[in-house]
Design a protein around this ligand. Structure first.
Ligand SMILES: Cc1cc2nc3c(=O)[nH]c(=O)nc-3n(C[C@H](O)[C@H](O)[C@H](O)COP(=O)(O)OP(=O)(O)OC[C@H]3O[C@@H](n4cnc5c(N)ncnc54)[C@H](O)[C@@H]3O)c2cc1C
Ligand code: FES
Length: 282
Protein backbone atom coordinates (compact mmCIF):
# COMPACT_ATOMS: atom_id res chain seq x y z
CA UNK A 1 0.00 0.00 0.00
CA UNK A 2 1.41 3.42 -0.94
CA UNK A 3 1.89 6.20 1.60
CA UNK A 4 -1.01 8.17 0.04
CA UNK A 5 -3.44 5.28 0.44
CA UNK A 6 -2.79 5.16 4.19
CA UNK A 7 -3.59 8.86 4.79
CA UNK A 8 -7.29 9.31 5.48
CA UNK A 9 -8.90 12.34 3.87
CA UNK A 10 -10.58 14.12 6.82
CA UNK A 11 -12.96 15.97 4.47
CA UNK A 12 -14.32 12.83 2.81
CA UNK A 13 -17.94 12.35 3.97
CA UNK A 14 -18.62 9.25 6.06
CA UNK A 15 -21.70 7.09 5.58
CA UNK A 16 -24.32 7.19 8.34
CA UNK A 17 -27.64 5.39 8.70
CA UNK A 18 -30.89 7.02 9.74
CA UNK A 19 -31.82 5.03 12.84
CA UNK A 20 -34.92 7.01 13.83
CA UNK A 21 -36.88 10.03 12.65
CA UNK A 22 -40.09 11.77 13.62
CA UNK A 23 -41.85 15.06 12.91
CA UNK A 24 -41.34 17.73 15.56
CA UNK A 25 -43.89 20.08 14.01
CA UNK A 26 -45.02 20.63 10.41
CA UNK A 27 -41.99 20.61 8.05
CA UNK A 28 -39.51 20.20 10.96
CA UNK A 29 -38.14 16.73 11.59
CA UNK A 30 -35.87 15.14 14.18
CA UNK A 31 -33.29 12.66 12.86
CA UNK A 32 -31.03 10.23 14.72
CA UNK A 33 -28.03 9.09 12.68
CA UNK A 34 -25.32 6.54 13.38
CA UNK A 35 -22.05 6.23 11.46
CA UNK A 36 -21.99 2.83 9.73
CA UNK A 37 -18.39 2.38 10.88
CA UNK A 38 -18.93 1.54 14.58
CA UNK A 39 -15.46 2.80 15.52
CA UNK A 40 -16.30 6.16 13.93
CA UNK A 41 -19.73 6.18 15.60
CA UNK A 42 -18.20 5.79 19.06
CA UNK A 43 -15.19 8.08 18.50
CA UNK A 44 -17.06 10.95 16.81
CA UNK A 45 -16.45 13.78 19.28
CA UNK A 46 -17.71 17.35 19.14
CA UNK A 47 -18.58 20.39 21.22
CA UNK A 48 -22.11 21.67 21.71
CA UNK A 49 -22.57 24.46 19.14
CA UNK A 50 -20.66 22.74 16.33
CA UNK A 51 -22.27 21.68 13.04
CA UNK A 52 -21.86 18.99 10.41
CA UNK A 53 -22.15 19.05 6.63
CA UNK A 54 -24.80 16.55 5.54
CA UNK A 55 -24.85 15.32 1.95
CA UNK A 56 -26.95 13.10 -0.27
CA UNK A 57 -25.12 11.96 -3.42
CA UNK A 58 -26.49 13.59 -6.58
CA UNK A 59 -28.53 16.07 -4.51
CA UNK A 60 -26.18 18.34 -2.54
CA UNK A 61 -24.77 19.25 0.82
CA UNK A 62 -25.84 21.65 3.62
CA UNK A 63 -24.76 22.54 7.16
CA UNK A 64 -26.86 21.45 10.16
CA UNK A 65 -26.26 22.09 13.86
CA UNK A 66 -25.64 19.07 16.04
CA UNK A 67 -28.58 18.79 18.43
CA UNK A 68 -27.33 15.82 20.50
CA UNK A 69 -24.81 16.08 23.32
CA UNK A 70 -21.28 14.63 23.22
CA UNK A 71 -22.00 13.26 26.70
CA UNK A 72 -24.23 10.62 25.02
CA UNK A 73 -21.94 9.19 22.31
CA UNK A 74 -22.81 6.91 19.38
CA UNK A 75 -25.84 8.71 17.98
CA UNK A 76 -25.91 12.05 16.22
CA UNK A 77 -29.15 14.04 16.40
CA UNK A 78 -30.33 16.77 14.03
CA UNK A 79 -33.43 18.95 13.80
CA UNK A 80 -34.12 19.88 10.19
CA UNK A 81 -36.54 22.34 8.61
CA UNK A 82 -37.69 21.46 5.11
CA UNK A 83 -36.77 24.54 3.07
CA UNK A 84 -35.09 23.42 -0.14
CA UNK A 85 -33.43 20.78 -2.26
CA UNK A 86 -31.26 18.92 0.28
CA UNK A 87 -33.69 19.03 3.20
CA UNK A 88 -36.52 17.92 0.93
CA UNK A 89 -34.51 14.87 -0.21
CA UNK A 90 -33.54 14.14 3.43
CA UNK A 91 -37.22 14.12 4.45
CA UNK A 92 -37.90 11.50 1.75
CA UNK A 93 -35.33 9.09 3.22
CA UNK A 94 -36.68 6.15 5.22
CA UNK A 95 -35.20 4.69 8.42
CA UNK A 96 -32.10 2.58 7.73
CA UNK A 97 -31.27 4.50 4.53
CA UNK A 98 -27.83 6.08 4.23
CA UNK A 99 -26.72 9.74 4.13
CA UNK A 100 -23.21 11.21 4.34
CA UNK A 101 -21.63 13.37 7.01
CA UNK A 102 -18.41 15.33 7.32
CA UNK A 103 -17.31 17.36 10.30
CA UNK A 104 -17.76 18.36 13.05
CA UNK A 105 -17.00 21.96 12.10
CA UNK A 106 -16.98 25.34 13.79
CA UNK A 107 -15.81 26.25 17.25
CA UNK A 108 -18.81 25.46 19.48
CA UNK A 109 -19.68 27.10 22.79
CA UNK A 110 -16.85 28.00 25.16
CA UNK A 111 -17.64 25.40 27.83
CA UNK A 112 -14.56 26.15 29.91
CA UNK A 113 -15.94 29.65 30.52
CA UNK A 114 -19.12 28.19 32.01
CA UNK A 115 -17.74 25.82 34.62
CA UNK A 116 -18.58 26.80 38.24
CA UNK A 117 -20.86 29.57 37.01
CA UNK A 118 -24.58 30.22 36.64
CA UNK A 119 -25.83 29.67 33.11
CA UNK A 120 -28.73 31.36 31.32
CA UNK A 121 -29.66 29.64 28.02
CA UNK A 122 -32.05 31.62 25.82
CA UNK A 123 -33.55 30.08 22.68
CA UNK A 124 -35.89 31.48 20.07
CA UNK A 125 -37.61 29.39 17.40
CA UNK A 126 -35.23 27.09 15.52
CA UNK A 127 -32.27 28.25 17.65
CA UNK A 128 -33.29 25.65 20.20
CA UNK A 129 -31.98 22.90 17.89
CA UNK A 130 -28.32 23.73 18.58
CA UNK A 131 -28.96 24.86 22.19
CA UNK A 132 -30.47 21.45 22.94
CA UNK A 133 -26.90 20.10 22.70
CA UNK A 134 -25.52 22.37 25.42
CA UNK A 135 -28.69 21.97 27.49
CA UNK A 136 -28.24 18.20 27.81
CA UNK A 137 -24.47 18.55 28.11
CA UNK A 138 -24.77 20.74 31.23
CA UNK A 139 -27.50 18.52 32.68
CA UNK A 140 -25.30 15.43 32.14
CA UNK A 141 -22.46 17.25 33.93
CA UNK A 142 -24.72 19.02 36.44
CA UNK A 143 -22.18 19.16 39.29
CA UNK A 144 -19.88 21.41 37.25
CA UNK A 145 -22.37 24.30 37.04
CA UNK A 146 -24.20 26.58 39.48
CA UNK A 147 -27.81 27.58 38.77
CA UNK A 148 -29.12 26.80 35.26
CA UNK A 149 -31.98 28.64 33.54
CA UNK A 150 -33.50 27.64 30.19
CA UNK A 151 -35.71 30.25 28.50
CA UNK A 152 -37.42 29.29 25.24
CA UNK A 153 -39.94 31.20 23.16
CA UNK A 154 -41.77 30.66 19.88
CA UNK A 155 -44.46 32.61 18.07
CA UNK A 156 -47.22 30.04 18.65
CA UNK A 157 -47.58 26.72 20.55
CA UNK A 158 -47.65 24.95 17.16
CA UNK A 159 -44.06 26.11 16.53
CA UNK A 160 -42.71 24.91 19.90
CA UNK A 161 -40.05 22.24 19.21
CA UNK A 162 -39.30 19.20 21.44
CA UNK A 163 -42.46 19.89 23.44
CA UNK A 164 -42.67 16.53 25.26
CA UNK A 165 -39.04 16.40 26.41
CA UNK A 166 -38.82 20.10 27.34
CA UNK A 167 -42.04 19.92 29.39
CA UNK A 168 -40.62 16.85 31.17
CA UNK A 169 -37.55 18.94 32.10
CA UNK A 170 -39.86 21.19 34.12
CA UNK A 171 -40.16 18.33 36.65
CA UNK A 172 -36.46 18.63 37.51
CA UNK A 173 -35.46 20.82 40.43
CA UNK A 174 -31.86 21.38 39.23
CA UNK A 175 -32.87 23.56 36.26
CA UNK A 176 -35.46 26.32 35.94
CA UNK A 177 -37.32 26.14 32.60
CA UNK A 178 -39.40 29.11 31.45
CA UNK A 179 -41.41 28.85 28.23
CA UNK A 180 -43.41 31.43 26.36
CA UNK A 181 -45.30 32.02 23.10
CA UNK A 182 -46.31 35.31 21.49
CA UNK A 183 -49.79 34.08 20.54
CA UNK A 184 -51.22 31.35 22.78
CA UNK A 185 -54.04 28.94 21.98
CA UNK A 186 -56.63 27.59 24.43
CA UNK A 187 -54.36 24.68 25.47
CA UNK A 188 -51.24 26.74 26.28
CA UNK A 189 -50.52 26.78 30.04
CA UNK A 190 -47.17 28.60 30.14
CA UNK A 191 -46.14 32.27 29.76
CA UNK A 192 -47.39 34.62 27.07
CA UNK A 193 -45.26 37.34 25.45
CA UNK A 194 -41.86 37.69 23.82
CA UNK A 195 -38.92 35.75 25.28
CA UNK A 196 -37.43 38.85 26.94
CA UNK A 197 -40.50 39.00 29.24
CA UNK A 198 -39.20 35.84 30.92
CA UNK A 199 -36.25 37.77 32.35
CA UNK A 200 -38.65 39.24 34.97
CA UNK A 201 -38.90 35.73 36.43
CA UNK A 202 -35.16 35.23 36.98
CA UNK A 203 -33.83 35.51 40.56
CA UNK A 204 -31.05 37.95 41.38
CA UNK A 205 -27.77 36.48 40.11
CA UNK A 206 -24.19 37.62 40.60
CA UNK A 207 -23.33 38.87 37.08
CA UNK A 208 -19.65 38.12 37.56
CA UNK A 209 -20.55 34.46 38.16
CA UNK A 210 -22.95 34.17 35.24
CA UNK A 211 -22.54 33.17 31.58
CA UNK A 212 -25.33 33.64 29.04
CA UNK A 213 -25.91 31.96 25.67
CA UNK A 214 -28.48 32.86 23.04
CA UNK A 215 -29.48 31.40 19.67
CA UNK A 216 -32.52 32.48 17.71
CA UNK A 217 -33.77 34.50 14.77
CA UNK A 218 -31.61 37.58 13.98
CA UNK A 219 -34.29 40.01 15.21
CA UNK A 220 -34.12 38.50 18.71
CA UNK A 221 -30.43 39.08 19.44
CA UNK A 222 -30.51 42.82 20.14
CA UNK A 223 -33.40 42.56 22.62
CA UNK A 224 -32.02 39.53 24.46
CA UNK A 225 -28.53 41.03 24.64
CA UNK A 226 -30.04 44.23 26.10
CA UNK A 227 -31.53 42.07 28.89
CA UNK A 228 -28.18 40.38 29.56
CA UNK A 229 -26.53 43.80 29.74
CA UNK A 230 -29.23 45.04 32.16
CA UNK A 231 -28.24 42.08 34.38
CA UNK A 232 -24.63 43.38 34.06
CA UNK A 233 -23.29 40.14 32.59
CA UNK A 234 -19.83 40.92 31.14
CA UNK A 235 -19.79 41.27 27.33
CA UNK A 236 -17.25 38.47 26.95
CA UNK A 237 -19.54 36.16 28.97
CA UNK A 238 -22.39 36.47 26.47
CA UNK A 239 -22.09 33.80 23.75
CA UNK A 240 -24.17 33.73 20.56
CA UNK A 241 -24.26 31.43 17.58
CA UNK A 242 -24.53 33.23 14.25
CA UNK A 243 -25.40 31.41 11.05
CA UNK A 244 -24.05 32.54 7.71
CA UNK A 245 -24.45 30.90 4.34
CA UNK A 246 -21.82 28.19 4.19
CA UNK A 247 -20.57 25.97 1.42
CA UNK A 248 -17.32 24.24 2.36
CA UNK A 249 -17.32 24.57 6.17
CA UNK A 250 -13.52 24.50 6.23
CA UNK A 251 -12.38 28.05 5.42
CA UNK A 252 -11.79 27.47 1.69
CA UNK A 253 -14.70 28.93 -0.32
CA UNK A 254 -15.08 32.32 1.39
CA UNK A 255 -18.91 32.18 1.39
CA UNK A 256 -19.10 32.83 5.13
CA UNK A 257 -16.32 35.43 5.42
CA UNK A 258 -16.75 38.74 7.23
CA UNK A 259 -13.57 40.78 6.89
CA UNK A 260 -10.86 38.32 7.96
CA UNK A 261 -13.27 36.11 9.96
CA UNK A 262 -14.57 32.84 8.57
CA UNK A 263 -17.76 32.07 10.46
CA UNK A 264 -17.41 28.37 9.61
CA UNK A 265 -14.10 28.20 11.49
CA UNK A 266 -13.89 31.25 13.80
CA UNK A 267 -17.62 30.77 14.60
CA UNK A 268 -20.48 30.09 14.48
CA UNK A 269 -20.19 30.91 18.21
CA UNK A 270 -18.97 34.41 19.06
CA UNK A 271 -19.04 36.49 22.22
CA UNK A 272 -20.98 39.74 22.29
CA UNK A 273 -17.57 41.39 22.74
CA UNK A 274 -16.49 39.94 19.32
CA UNK A 275 -19.59 41.34 17.61
CA UNK A 276 -18.81 44.86 18.84
CA UNK A 277 -15.61 44.73 16.81
CA UNK A 278 -17.27 43.12 13.77
CA UNK A 279 -20.68 44.80 13.56
CA UNK A 280 -21.63 42.86 10.41
CA UNK A 281 -21.62 39.62 12.41
CA UNK A 282 -25.15 40.16 13.75
C1 LIG B 1 -23.91 26.66 10.91
C2 LIG B 1 -25.29 26.39 10.39
C3 LIG B 1 -26.13 25.55 11.10
C4 LIG B 1 -27.42 25.29 10.62
N1 LIG B 1 -28.21 24.46 11.35
C5 LIG B 1 -29.44 24.15 10.89
C6 LIG B 1 -30.28 23.25 11.60
O1 LIG B 1 -29.92 22.74 12.68
N2 LIG B 1 -31.48 22.96 11.10
C7 LIG B 1 -31.93 23.50 9.91
O2 LIG B 1 -33.04 23.19 9.47
N3 LIG B 1 -31.16 24.36 9.20
C8 LIG B 1 -29.93 24.69 9.66
N4 LIG B 1 -29.14 25.55 8.94
C9 LIG B 1 -29.65 26.13 7.69
C10 LIG B 1 -29.53 25.12 6.54
O3 LIG B 1 -28.18 24.79 6.32
C11 LIG B 1 -30.12 25.76 5.27
O4 LIG B 1 -31.51 25.94 5.44
C12 LIG B 1 -29.83 24.92 4.02
O5 LIG B 1 -29.88 25.79 2.92
C13 LIG B 1 -30.82 23.82 3.76
O6 LIG B 1 -30.46 23.23 2.52
P1 LIG B 1 -31.53 22.96 1.38
O7 LIG B 1 -30.80 22.41 0.21
O8 LIG B 1 -32.65 22.18 1.94
O9 LIG B 1 -32.09 24.40 1.05
P2 LIG B 1 -31.58 25.35 -0.16
O10 LIG B 1 -32.18 24.82 -1.41
O11 LIG B 1 -30.11 25.53 -0.06
O12 LIG B 1 -32.19 26.75 0.26
C14 LIG B 1 -33.51 26.95 0.70
C15 LIG B 1 -33.68 28.44 1.00
O13 LIG B 1 -32.92 28.85 2.16
C16 LIG B 1 -32.03 29.93 1.83
N5 LIG B 1 -30.83 29.74 2.65
C17 LIG B 1 -29.87 28.80 2.54
N6 LIG B 1 -28.95 28.89 3.51
C18 LIG B 1 -29.34 29.93 4.29
C19 LIG B 1 -28.81 30.56 5.45
N7 LIG B 1 -27.68 30.11 6.08
N8 LIG B 1 -29.46 31.63 5.97
C20 LIG B 1 -30.59 32.09 5.39
N9 LIG B 1 -31.14 31.54 4.28
C21 LIG B 1 -30.52 30.48 3.74
C22 LIG B 1 -31.82 29.78 0.35
O14 LIG B 1 -31.44 31.00 -0.26
C23 LIG B 1 -33.20 29.33 -0.12
O15 LIG B 1 -34.11 30.41 -0.20
C24 LIG B 1 -27.87 25.85 9.40
C25 LIG B 1 -27.00 26.70 8.68
C26 LIG B 1 -25.73 26.95 9.16
C27 LIG B 1 -24.84 27.84 8.38
S1 FES C 1 -18.09 28.05 4.34
FE1 FES C 1 -16.41 28.11 2.96
S2 FES C 1 -15.05 29.48 3.94
FE2 FES C 1 -16.64 29.24 5.41
Amino acid sequence: MSMLETIENPFKPKAARIVRQYDLIKDHRFFQLRHIDMKKAMSFSYNPGQFIMLSIPGVGESPFSISSTPSRPGILELGVRKVGILSDAFFQKKDNEVVYIRGPYGNGFKLDQMVNRNLIIVAGGLGVISLRSILYYVLDNRDQFKQIFFLYGTRTPDEFLFKTEFFQLKQRDDIKCLYTVDKPNAKWTENVGVVTKLFEKLPKLDPLETTAVVVGPPVMYKFVIDEFLKLKIPKNQIQLSLERRMKCGIGKCGHCAIEHLYTCMDGPVFTYWDTLHFRELI
